[in-house]
Design a protein around this ligand. Structure first.
Ligand code: BT5
Length: 322
């Protein structure tokens, strides 16, 4: 009912007040019940003027990623069918994995204003300050073999890059496998996790963190991170951007299920800033230098060594050499 009241207040925002009596008649509840929902909306940050005998008027909507703000913007059928929003949590990936273990359906998303223990790969930190970015995880339940799941990281990177381009007009470059860079600085990172048996995937979680409104960064990343607002120099709506990205995840995911990885790979190649470059690939226990020559059919990066030998890598951290 709270969401329906909000919808009515939004519809009447220009005209003025909606009477409490009218609302209580419409929902067939007491005026006290209406008032309680209004109080919750106010606590959530909605600015609502209430005047006795006039009613309620919506003055301003908070810049929060509430489900009632995202849902009306969604053009998707699956992704975002369930939205869990938190003011602060440890990590959206950790919370969505718990939901997945408890049977949450494909398309569920977890989004928050602040992560207290945002994660990168291999236990690295992801700084996720309050209200500054989009910290979000999406739950997928594809019928694929576990060895194909890493393709979904590349799919996620393509989808976020498309969403950013469509909504903000910024073209970001994908650094294999999971970073989006603009002007050589990181604007987004993706972390894919899964639960699987040897021969089947139970679920895959695509987590993405996008710096949207940050005006400064933690010392550890200040010289290598950038936000979208720093790039465009004007305000960006996090909710519109999130809706655009979810639409893009859905269309790419459906394409992947129907036609396989080839069309995703083609998109990835268009956004890529890795191929053709001299790179160093580091992963636990190894360090390889060479030229990144192509993306394999499985999403692996093929590196040609100085001796001319080609080798495919499925994971690792790439440093681009200039
Ligand atoms: C990543 O790991 O880039 C994956 C980041 C995924 C974050 C999302 S947010 C929603 C979901 N929930 C989570 O808990 N995680 C996901 P990696 O490639 O390992 O890069 C990590 C490195 O990026 C760190 O060691 C820092 O150097 C740098 N970094 C940390 N926070 C950053 C930020 N806000 N902007 C740019 N770089 C950052």
């Amino acid at each position: 009912m709270k969401e329906s009241i909000l919808t009515i207040l939004k519809e009447h925002k220009k005209e003025g007040f909606v009477s409490g009596e009218e609302l209580s008649r419409q929902f067939q509840v007491s005026r006290t019940t209406i008032w309680k929902h209004i109080r919750v909306l106010k606590e959530e940050g909605y600015q609502i003027e209430s005047i006795p005998r006039c009613g309620y008027k919506l003055i301003a909507v908070p810049d929060m990623l509430y489900q009632q703000e995202i849902k009306p913007l969604l053009k998707t059928k699956i992704i975002g069918n369930k939205i869990h929003h938190y003011k602060e949590i440890t990590s959206t990936n950790d919370v969505i994995k718990q939901l997945a273990d408890n049977g949450s359906p494909e398309g569920t998303i977890v989004v928050c204003e602040e992560q207290l223990a945002g994660k990168g790969r291999l236990g690295r930190k992801w700084f996720s300050p309050n209200g500054a970015g989009i910290w979000c995880s999406v739950l997928l339940r594809p019928s694929i073999m576990p060895q194909h799941a890493s393709k979904l990281t590349l799919l996620g990177a393509v989808a976020v890059a498309q969403g950013i381009r469509n909504q903000c007009g910024i073209t970001s470059g994908i650094k294999w496998p999971n970073d989006l860079l603009v002007q050589g600085k990181k604007v987004c990172g993706l972390l894919t996790e899964m639960r699987a048996e040897l021969d089947s995937v139970e679920y895959v979680v695509i987590g993405f963190g996008i710096n949207v409104k940050n005006i400064e960064f933690h010392d550890e990343v200040s010289c290598k991170a950038i936000s979208l607002e720093q790039l465009v120099g004007s305000k960006i709506s996090r909710k519109k951007l999130l809706a655009e990205i979810l639409a893009s995840i859905e269309s790419n995911y459906l394409l992947f299920l129907e036609q396989g990885f080839t069309p995703i790979k083609e998109q990835w190649e268009q956004f890529n800033i890795t191929l053709g470059k001299k790179v160093v690939l580091s992963s636990p226990g190894q360090r390889v230098a060479g030229t990144a020559v192509r993306l394999g059919e499985e999403g692996q990066l093929v590196i040609k060594s100085v001796k001319g030998e080609e080798q495919a890598y499925y994971a690792g951290e790439i440093t681009l050499r200039t």
